[in-house]
Structures are given as C-alpha cells and as structure tokens.
Design a protein around this ligand. Structure first.
Ligand code: FE2
Length: 74
C-alpha cells in the first residue's frame, strides 16, 4: 500500500518537470531513510541487522545524490 502511494506521489510530481520529480523522489527517500533508521533499533538476528545497516547506507546514498541534483537544478 505504501509503495503504491509513494509511486503515485512520484508520478504526480513528475508532471511538474525534473525539479518536481526530484522533490518527489527526495520525499520518498526521506521516508525510507526514516524507516531504516527506526529499524536499526529492532531486536533482530545479526544477519538481519547487517542487511538493515547496508540498506540504510544505500538509502542515505540515494538521498544525498537526489539532494545534490536538486542543488544543480535550482
Ligand atoms: Fe532509495
């Protein structure tokens, strides 16, 4: 359900051009970053914790890249 909402928001913002699409993507990445940050406190087996840490690193990289491109288009 959340994925469908995020995709819908991205499509909606994409109609406003590159900057709008980037802002929609930024919003999605902030959500996934927040969720993975919350997941760092979960009591899970070490192998799962490792995956959650790697995914958080990925999501942080995605957000940083999108924000760097927003500065280019601004
Ligand atoms: Fe991402």
């Amino acid at each position: 359900m959340k994925g469908v909402l995020l995709e819908g928001m991205t499509a909606l913002r994409s109609a406003t051009g590159t900057e709008g699409a980037l802002k929609a993507m930024e919003m999605n990445e902030k959500t996934t970053n927040r969720r993975y940050e919350e997941a760092q406190d979960w009591d899970v087996p070490p192998n799962v914790k490792g995956v959650l840490e790697l995914n958080l690193d990925d999501e942080r990289r995605h957000l940083q890249y999108i924000q760097s491109q927003l500065h280019v288009t601004a």
